[in-house]
Design a protein. Sequence first.
Lengths: 494, 490, 488
Amino acid sequence: MVGLVTAIILIPLLGALAVCTWPQKNGRPIALVFNVISAGCALMLWRNFDATAIGLQFVERHAWIPSINGEYLVGVDGLSLLLVLLTSLVIPFALLAQPAPDGSRAFYATMLVMQSALYGTFTAQNFVLWFLFYEMSLIPGFLLIKIWGGENRDRASTKFFLYTFLGSVAMLLSFLGIYLAKGTFDFAALANLGKNGVLTGNFAWLAFAGIFVGLAVKVPLFPFHTWLPDAYQTAPTGVSMVLTGVLSKMGVYGFVRLLLPLFPNEIRVIGPWLLALVVCSIVFAPLAAWAQRDLKRMIAYLSINHLGYCMLGLFALAASPAVAARIDAHAALSGVFMQIFNHGITAAMLFYFVGLLEQRRGLRGIDNFGGLMQRTPLLCGWMSVAMFSSLGLPGLNGFVGEFLIFKGSFAMAAAFTAIAVIGLLITAIVFMRVMQSLFSGPLAESCIAFPDLLRKEKLVVVPVTLLMFAIGIVPQFIFNIFNTTVVHMARLLS
Amino acid sequence: MIAWTIYVTFGGAILLLFLPRAYARWIALLTTIGGLILCLVTFVQTPIPDLAHFTTLVRVPWVPALGMNYHLALDGISLTMVLVTGISAVSTVFFSWDVEHRQNEFFFWLLLVVGGCYGVFLSADLFLLFVFYELVIVPKYFLIAIFGSTNKEYGAMKLTLYSFFGGMFVFVGILVAYVAGGSLDLNQLSQFEFSPQLQSWAFPVLFLGFAVLAGIWPLHTWAPTGHAAAPTAGSMLLAGIVMKLGSYAGLRVAMNLFPEGFQMWSKWIAVLAVTGIVYAAAVALRQRDLKFVIGYSSVSHMGFVLLGFATANALGTSGAVLQMFSHGVIAALLFAAAGRMIYRRTHTRELDALSEMNLSHVMPFAAFTFVIATAASMGIPGFSGFAAEITILIGAWKTFPIGVWIAGGGIVLVAAFTLRALKLSFFGEERTEGKIKNGTTLNREQFDPITIPEKIGACMLMLTTFAVGVYPKLLLDRIMPAVETMRFLR
Amino acid sequence: MSYLELLKLASPEAVVVLTALMVLSIGLLSKRAMAAGGFVAGVGVIISIVTILLLPTNETLFGGMLVISPLASLFKIICLVLAFFTIVLTQTEKASRHAGEYLALVLLATVGLMLLVGSEELLMIFIGLELLGLSLYVMAAFDKADLRSAEAGLKYFLFGSTSSAFTLFGISFIYGMTGATGLAAISTKLATTSVQPLLAVGIVMTLVGFAFKIAAAPFHLWAPDAYQGAPVPSAAFIASGSKVASFVVLGKIVFIGFSPAQGSAGWHAMVAGWSPVLAALAALSIVIGNLVALAQSNVRRLLAYSAVAHAGYTLIGFVAGDREGFSAALFYTTIYAVTLVGAFGVVGIVRRETGGDNFSNFSGLASRSPLLAGCMAVFMLSLAGIPPLAGFFGKFYLFSAALHAGANQALLWLVALGLIGSFVSLYYYLLVLKAVFVDASLLAATRPMERVRSDFLQRATVAVLAAAVVFLGVMPNVLTSRILAAIP
């Protein structure tokens, strides 16, 4: 269906306009209406998506800035579709989770603009267009943290913006260099060139460094991660959900779409170093999480850890000197994609629950609660499900991704994967500690008056958790989305 | 037909002087809207191939003994600049709607500046161009010295004398070109082969003269002082359009007439340009006064224009012309928000004072405008600045790769200081006893609401920068053919 | 040649002399001498202009003593127009006791101008110079109640007579060396003989006399006091008519009389002659005039020093040494004269209303009389060389002629000096305008603004002059074509 992708990108923008100009004060219903529409379009996209075809579908191509070969080129393949669906899921979730902190419409408008930027990033297939949407998400992100955040929001928002902007400038310059060398901004064309070695010599390293830094900041990858804990901690709940659920995926998506296809040789050369960085992310992050008192900050660090798994799978595939067996390559890549989707949902859920706790108690330190099991069993139960999913318990969605990643990576980069397993262990310890602190033990004074899950909260929690179970038990329906893409990409990358 | 923009503007200016004060702003508005309509009609109606060459509109002998003709011409570059002048002029009048005393004089000087700018962009005779170029200098002085704010007399004198100083160098260059080339006609002179030895000293003299008005480092210090001292409308026009007179003339006259001289000196221009970008951004980071921040940001953005010129290729130069258009709109928007919206209501521009007020709560429209303006200024894609900067950078990569990296660093610095200004001015926090409050003790009633003319002006500018950012082809299609016929391209 | 024919050819001068005599009698007989005398003087001047138009195009009498040529006729008309405006300006002075004498002096000075312009023979030139000079000395000292006026007159007289002595001495040397006083004859003689030291001294001394008249540095020391102290119409006339005529005569002398001894003032190619001498004068005038003007706080004194600078600019045209240069110089001095008359008109009105002509007297003129403020702006900006006013075109014309003249832009140094001078001058002209326009807002708080009273005639004159400056800036061809055509 022609124009469907553009429609998906534009609908949230129209929604933002509507929110601002509608006479009614409360922007939430309007935002949700527009979200429903765009989700509907996303579902239509899924329905008409041909899962067996290689290459982009629903392609729209128009000349935009011919002088620099900037085209308006959008299209979806398996990965893009997956991320579009994720966005359509997480953002309404976030909007439902959080009424605007001061009731202002600007909050919803900004979220919708962010949503449009996200849709655009995941479907753009020409660098200039992609960069436009990538940058478009910066200002809404900044404003969301700066205006509606908690303590320390000034520093957190500035750091978020400047780090990301620096990274994106580096990316821009690198891409300009590539454009001048190869004359195209088109991702597909560049990927093909990459297979045959796009650039050679020192210049390639410079460009690689630029793009790597830009994306590493976004994911984030150790040691470019220092902006994340502050930002996630201080942002309001709904914003944190979006940040961790979707925004971080922009970085991973960027790695898959931009860096890995273009610089196979360079990655292979410094592969071990990259894997070392990833392992640091995976291991150090939960260690840091262990030391946290603030629940949100803890989950922030755990996010770094989970995204590290994605990067592990990617780098193992691309950087391993050994020629990987087909099945291992597929496993790793499928695991990465799966983890992208699952982590999005799971981490959003975790933040949501922390938000619920914060609403009841007014604080969110790990010591502020105790013995909740006695007072709010439902809350504890569902929250535990989310935590176990994040942990990677079989039967839940988190397991599928992590298992595949480890299986594939172990075959390709055994030593690093082995060390990464430690991360799993530490994550488990962290979650156990949380559960013990919050749920078990004597009921704390301050928690006596807590209400259990309210009806509106149940409406949100139950469907998503059921989804988590569904993916955990019958993951095939998600796999079908990107299977062909995985095969194609694995061939490209190894 | 587009020549009528000049006549309408000057006619309006003189008419204003003789009518009662109450009519002054209406006449100014009608005049500027008339000019804008003429620009738009020409823009839409002229077929693009016609814009590739500097096509004569009017050519009437003026002083035959000296070979002076009243000669106007149009090409894609001129059309772009005339269009931005028109848009800027209308929004400037909207933002000056509430001038309280001596309205006749205020709008008279304003329209003289606008008319002079139209004249420069349309002139095809060297003397005529210089007449319009110098004509703009004195109205600037009066606008700032009479109607300005901080340190206005000093700022006005500095700005005027610097402009005239640059004009002196230009005068010498023009005289030399006239005497050596035997003609004042730009089309004829652009075919003439000047001796390389002449060009080697005539080019830097001429280009430097123009570049002073364009704010080239290190001759830029008049710009922040002057623009901060000027009244809002003055700053909008001065930073937005008048600085572009220098760069446009540098392109049309200096670079096109003395191509070998240009090639000898282009590396130095690039060095100065890049230094300007980074230096101005670094200095802006330390400023206390919001208008000074914006003044320095103008210098930084003009550095991009000069960098684009220095690349000597079609892409870089076209990007530079686009940046001239884009910055014209963005600078106007920034000054409008800072001057009119903030200063007039809070009577302060000190960032520390503003940061206590948390203005985003009490002036949401102004906050929105300023957010858009800063986003555009930073070069966020979707706004015109990005399209221009990326084109310049691509062009620059071919000739000065190192410069591109330094300019990239400059872009980050620009983002940093712009963000700081945005944060402190609109999103500052009130601190009571060390705790940060989310709201503000100021309520909306304390400030006059943003008036309708201000809203119209702001929306015009925001729409323009957005439209060009999303669809830069609109302008680039007309600029690139014109640039490609220039003879300094390598 | 019968006397009747001579009278016909000299009719312009005769008419003016007659008018002078008539005005003298009116001064004795009438109570309202100023008005009536002024009216008669004005009519006389207009009649004289008409007679000039009726003259034949080309005549030469008595070996060049009286020459009727297009150039002479054109500039006689210009001088008469300037005299006319000066006469209008006299009406602004308070009723003076010797109106008739004053007007007669103006007219006699005008006769001196016309004789100067219409002669190509050294002795006649000297007579004209003296007639002009003596009339001007008395005009400068005319206000007996003002100490400054007496000082002005005395200084002017002392300087003037000394330089006249120099001039006469120089003329005698030239006569001795060449045996002729007619300019054409002198030039043929100079072409054959080489320039001996004595001849060179003669030439330089002749030039010195004129340098005094045009107030070129370093012979300018009389100018500030004369401009500031003399009554306003006198100062206006000194600044305008006297300058124009002096430049015309100087041009004739150097271009016609001394043409073989021109030399060159190019930077790398200096050749001895009158050209480097004039170049040195020009450079000095530009530098000294502009720099000292920066320090002034009285408008008239500022105009005096700026006159020195403008004399320098005009001399650049002479240094260029060709037709174009001469034409540019004459154009520039004409528009300069028009501008100065207008400026002095405004000064006169302000002086009468506020009792002085310092910067502080001009404060807030924009609110008190917008018309005068606007006209003052036109005059000051024209002097600074801002388009689209006449001064800008004049400077462009001068500088382009200078660059055209030398090979490889040899006179670039002089042009650059001129430009730097213009740049400096903008500052002090803007200071005047700052007082007029900007300080209004400062003063409004302390003092109520009274409107400046000026009657219709004064306003009309100033406005007409301002309009002329604008017109000549936008359509200079009207004047330049005539001047260029008039030069042989």
